[in-house]
Design a binder for this molecule. Structure first.
Ligand code: SF4
Ligand code: SF4
Length: 56
């Protein structure tokens, strides 16, 4: 399981710096989470202003 960033992402970049496994990167006008390195910690969801990262 992993978190997934939905279309609400405004590409602020706040989550990228918080991820302990560097699973988050920018992809076009959104940020994305790589499923394999994601350890489901929820740190990205905690800092996101629009609650775009959601557990799947
Ligand atoms: Fe990174 Fe944790 Fe978010 Fe997964 S849930 S992308 S490990 S901050
Ligand atoms: Fe997108 Fe939220 Fe990450 Fe900002 S913190 S880049 S809005 S997912």
């Amino acid at each position: 399981m992993a978190y997934v960033i939905n279309d609400d992402c405004i590409s602020c970049g706040a989550c990228e710096a918080q991820c302990p496994t560097n699973a988050i990167s920018q992809a076009g006008d959104k940020y994305v989470i790589a499923a394999d390195p994601c350890v489901d910690c929820g740190a990205c969801a905690g800092v996101c202003p629009v609650s775009a990262p959601q557990p799947q």
